[in-house]
Ligand binder design. Structure first.
Ligand code: KIV
Length: 272
């Protein structure tokens, strides 16, 4: 399918708002290291998210809660060195912004100064409004994150679809409007009904990036390990797998191991 695309040399928060206004969908993927980020950037993805999903896919934790600010800065600085075109957004990890606005600002400043990232992302709505305002007042761009917020997994107890009930849907719409009003440049909506997500996208002028939020929003984000099929155990309905890297890599690696054991590798041409 052909896509209407303006040729952006460098994606900024303004480019994303312009894309929404022009009806151009925004592509976003996670990356956590230099090599992967270089491929994602070269492939023309608009936004690279250094997600706290690094806690799951890079470190093997069950939830996103254990990852630290120092670890996020390490991942983000590797990604920033690879990104020539994409906007790099960095998640504020659990425990680095919830206690008060000053802590939220301090953590955001560390991310911007020590990683060179271009923006931060925080999970939550009205509960963290003052923290978001404080960060924005310091000139740091903020992406919001509503719907399923994995840092609150122990409060909700499940990763099921959020905002199916009217009261939660109303709060989500109000929170999205508030994020726009106070100056966020975009908002992620995770795992909510497609109709609700579209309604939010139509009621605010900043881009709405969905994950499990249907096609009526302004862009999509996936975790790169999931869309490349590196993890066979995670297969939510919203995930499209573009490769089965788990299988391909396992084959290649076991072939290598067999070649070493059978003394096929290295051969004469591979030796000095
Ligand atoms: O951490 C992450 O990867 C995210 C996406 C799922 C949006 O926040």
């Amino acid at each position: 399918m052909s896509v209407a695309k303006k040729d952006y040399k460098r994606i900024t928060t303004r480019s994303l708002i312009e894309m929404k206004a022009n009806g151009e969908k925004i592509s976003m993927l996670t990356a956590y290291d230099f090599t992967m980020a270089r491929i994602v950037d070269a492939a023309g993805v608009d936004v690279i998210l250094v997600g706290d999903s690094a806690s799951n896919v890079m470190a093997g934790h069950e939830t996103t809660l254990p990852i630290t600010l120092d670890q996020m800065i390490y991942h983000a600085s590797s990604v920033v060195r690879a990104a020539n075109r994409a906007l790099v957004v960095v998640d504020l990890p659990f425990g680095s912004y919830q206690s008060d606005p000053k802590e939220a600002l301090r953590s955001s400043i560390r991310i911007m100064k020590e990683s060179g990232g271009h923006a931060v992302k925080l999970e939550g709505g009205s509960e963290i409004k003052d923290s978001i305002k404080k960060i924005l007042n310091a000139g740091i761009p903020v992406m919001g994150h509503l719907g399923l917020t994995p840092q609150s997994i122990y409060k909700f107890g499940t990763y099921t679809v959020r905002a199916k009930e009217d009261a939660e849907a109303e709060k989500l719409i109000e929170d999205a409007k508030m994020l726009e009003r106070i100056g966020c440049f975009a908002v992620v909506l995770e795992k909510i009904p497609a109709q609700l997500a579209q309604k939010v996208a139509e009621s605010i002028s900043i881009p709405v990036i969905g994950i499990g939020a249907g096609g009526g929003v302004d862009g999509q984000v996936l975790v790169i390990h999931d869309m490349l099929g590196m993890n066979n155990e995670f297969s939510p309905r919203f995930l499209r797998r573009y490769m089965n890297l788990y299988e391909d890599m396992t084959k290649a690696i076991s072939q290598y191991s067999d070649d070493v054991k059978s003394k096929d590798f290295p051969n004469a041409n591979e030796s000095y």
